[in-house]
Design a protein around this ligand. Structure first.
Ligand code: AHR
Length: 317
């Protein structure tokens, strides 16, 4: 029996035990705390669980897939009712997902996707990661209005679905715009510190005056790069245009200060839709859509970024 059938069967069989949300114990294998966005997702997930009376068992994997696999095995051994997984990379999950399926424990993916058969997880709550990259690319195309532009790219964690998809989307977004080319592209691992280090190397290799724009797969790397650009004696947001993804408070502040130009919002509240889906599924076997898509929204200097910064800064980032 595949996991879909197994999980459905078990949900029906176990309906009385799972009908009350307060009884639920859910394991959450989080990637780590590489970015402000990630920290916010952790905070929001804990708040959502508490609000619903769910006992959340939290495991921070310190950016390592092997730690995530260990955490999932430990959740299975503890007999949790369900597992939330934010997968650090896209590949290498089949075996442990099979183990969860064999134990009849539904797994919900948060914010990133995996290259595994769809029937090994209940649903994935993510944004359209390719679309985010396209929006960033299209923003730059519009901004350049036909002028040429040498672009540097800070990629997210190698092998992660956002790094793969945001790269693809951006390339699609600028395809066909003559004179726009990515001249350097390297991972900054979604961290502020690596964003700065890699931007320094881009500036050294290319010469700051030869870089027209930076596309960063997240805001934290962009914020690190802003520091590197300033230290090189250039004006971020003016000499080098900057577009990134997440819309964390510091990105709004940077845009308000004219040091960054655009960001695409990724909600840190993946847990709300994920727990809604799990509660319904565990209560009566209601199967959610395989993909629960969260919204993406572009913010630019045209928005009131100072006010948005004030609103967002207390939200767990
Ligand atoms: O998977 C979502 C990405 O992971 C966020 O954009 C980034 O900040 C985080 O580390």
């Amino acid at each position: 029996m595949n996991i879909k059938a197994t999980l459905l069967a078990s949900a029906v069989a176990l309906t009385p035990a799972f009908a009350v949300a307060q009884d639920l114990t859910i394991g959450f294998s989080q990637i780590g705390s590489e970015s402000g966005w990630r920290a916010a997702e952790t905070t929001v997930t804990k708040q959502e669980a508490e609000k619903r009376g769910i006992d959340l068992k939290f495991a921070d994997a310190q950016q390592k897939q092997e730690n995530q696999i260990k955490a999932i095995r430990s959740f299975i051994a503890q007999g949790v009712d369900a597992i939330l997984l934010a997968p650090v990379v896209a590949t290498g999950w089949d075996e442990v997902l099979e183990e969860a399926a064999d134990a009849e424990i539904p797994v919900v993916l948060l914010d990133r996707t995996v290259d595994a058969p769809e029937d090994l997880y209940l649903t994935a709550v993510t944004s359209d990661l390719v679309h985010e990259g396209r929006v960033a690319g299209q923003w730059l195309v519009d901004e350049m209005a036909g002028e040429p532009c040498r672009i540097v790219e800070l990629q997210g964690t190698t092998g992660s679905s956002p790094a793969i998809d945001r790269k693809q989307g951006f390339e699609e977004g600028i395809a066909g715009a003559e004179g726009l080319e990515i001249v350097r592209s390297q991972t900054g691992d979604f961290t502020r510190s690596q964003g700065k280090v890699v931007m320094e190397s881009f500036l050294k290799a290319e010469g700051g005056e030869n870089i027209c724009a930076l596309y960063a797969h997240n805001d934290d790397m962009a914020v690190g790069a802003i520091q590197a650009i300033k230290e090189a004696g250039l004006n971020p947001g003016e000499d080098i245009k900057i577009v990134a993804i997440d819309a964390v408070p510091d990105a709004h502040l940077a845009i308000a200060n004219g040091e960054m130009n655009a960001t695409i919002e990724l909600t840190p509240n993946m847990a709300g839709p994920a727990l809604d889906a799990l509660e319904a599924y565990l209560a009566d076997g209601t199967a959610p859509a395989k993909w629960i898509q969260t919204e993406s929204k572009l913010f630019t200097a045209a928005d009131d970024n100072a006010a948005i910064y004030e609103e967002k800064k207390n939200l767990g980032y």
